[in-house]
Write a protein that binds this ligand. Structure first.
Ligand code: NAP
Length: 338
């Protein structure tokens, strides 16, 4: 086992790109496994973290290795780990305080990972954890979508949207989504029943009486989403403002709760006016829920959609491509071939 590894590191918030550096292989805790990373995926949280946009919810000590999900092989297990053994192929989303998947090795809590689906390559498996768990938590845990319910999923061609459409479809929902015409065939192939060109059509003008919206855009689009949902329905957002309810459940101090109550007051007013409830979702790592996703991936009900693959040496180009905001599915960072 080597003691040092290559990793994409930032040293301060606001840094434009991470630097590839030689750093020590992370130390393991008794509940950890050490994974040799084969592939990771880019998520917008990577650039939000670099920019310091999430400081209200998450603060990191610098230097910080970026990267929030992975697929790889177990090379060592902690003394308290019984679920995994050396040689297992695994995938996962490490807990938010312990990110760092743009690296050759990751020490990760065994509770946050699952065995890689046997029918997926490492690159394909790396496309799943963060967006797969987010989709599952939004549609299954929060919205509790039932067969026949109508759900709008914003930005259906993105990394999250491509998985969320499939999860909604697996739950039996009728799915509407927004995207550009070049992605119509893609999202229809994933199970979207109604596809809206967001360049020419305002979704809020053409959709009505929906059970739920999964908002991935925030801002004005999130506010408009309330008008397409029927009374008693729900809007869950992964990109909008957290509110005071979220802040309390997330355990934020009183001053942050108060701050979020004030900044999200327009959403609270919309809840009252429309009778539609609002929930901000900050996805949580879970090895157990990854196992639920594994079952869907193994039976072919879910499959990863990969736009492009970059090497770890080109992680800055991968992040740039993601920042442009027009990915069709996921962007993969290939760390090691074998
Ligand atoms: N809170 C959480 O736990 C959580 C978890 C996961 C993701 N997120 C957030 O969810 C958001 C989406 O993530 P992602 O991974 O899907 O990002 P992404 O892959 O970068 O999304 C790119 C997609 O967005 C589409 N898009 C851009 N503007 C649009 C609009 N106005 N209407 C419809 N589609 C539009 C683009 O389609 P075109 O090419 O057609 O423009 C493209 O397909 C990000 O803000 C991310 O941070 C939050």
């Amino acid at each position: 086992m080597q003691n040092y590894m290559q990793a994409a590191v930032i040293t301060h918030y606001g840094q434009a790109t991470p630097h590839l550096q030689t750093v020590p292989v992370p130390a393991m805790r008794p509940t950890d496994v050490l994974v040799k990373i084969r592939a990771a995926s880019i998520n917008p949280i990577d650039h939000k973290t670099m920019a310091g946009d999430l400081k209200l919810l998450l603060t990191y000590r610098m230097p910080l290795i970026l990267g929030s999900d992975f697929a790889g092989e177990v090379v060592a297990v902690g003394t308290q780990v019984t679920r995994f053994k050396v040689g297992d192929a695994v995938y996962g989303r490490p807990r938010k305080t312990r990110i760092g998947t743009f690296a050759e090795y990751l020490a990760v809590d065994a509770a946050d990972i699952a065995l890689k689906p046997g029918n997926l390559t490492f690159n394909e498996a790396a496309a799943i954890p963060l967006v797969g768990l987010t989709s599952y938590q939004a549609l299954h845990d929060v919205l509790n979508v039932k067969p026949g319910q109508k759900v709008l999923i914003q930005a259906g061609a993105g990394g999250l949207g491509t998985l969320a459409i499939q999860v909604a479809e697996s739950l039996g929902a009728y799915v509407a989504t927004t995207t550009s015409p070049r992605n119509f065939d893609l999202v229809r192939g994933l199970g979207a029943d109604r596809v809206i060109d967001y360049h020419t059509t305002d979704f809020a003008e053409v959709l009505t009486n929906y059970d739920a919206v999964v908002d991935t855009l925030g801002g004005r689009q999130l506010e408009r989403a309330f008008s397409v949902v029927k009374r008693g329905g729900q809007v869950v957002s992964v990109a909008g403002l957290p509110n005071a309810r979220f802040a309390k459940a997330y355990g934020l101090p009183l001053w942050k709760r108060e701050l979020l109550r004030i900044v999200s007051h327009r959403l609270t007013r919309l809840e009252t006016r429309t009778g539609v409830s609002y929930r901000f979702l900050f996805m949580a790592p879970s090895g157990q829920e990854l196992e639920d996703l594994t079952a869907l991936l193994t039976t072919g009900q879910l499959h990863p959609v990969i736009d492009r693959t970059f090497s770890l040496q080109d992680v800055d180009r991968a992040l740039d491509y993601s920042r442009r905001g027009h990915a069709r599915g996921k962007i993969i960072v290939m760390v090691a071939q074998s």
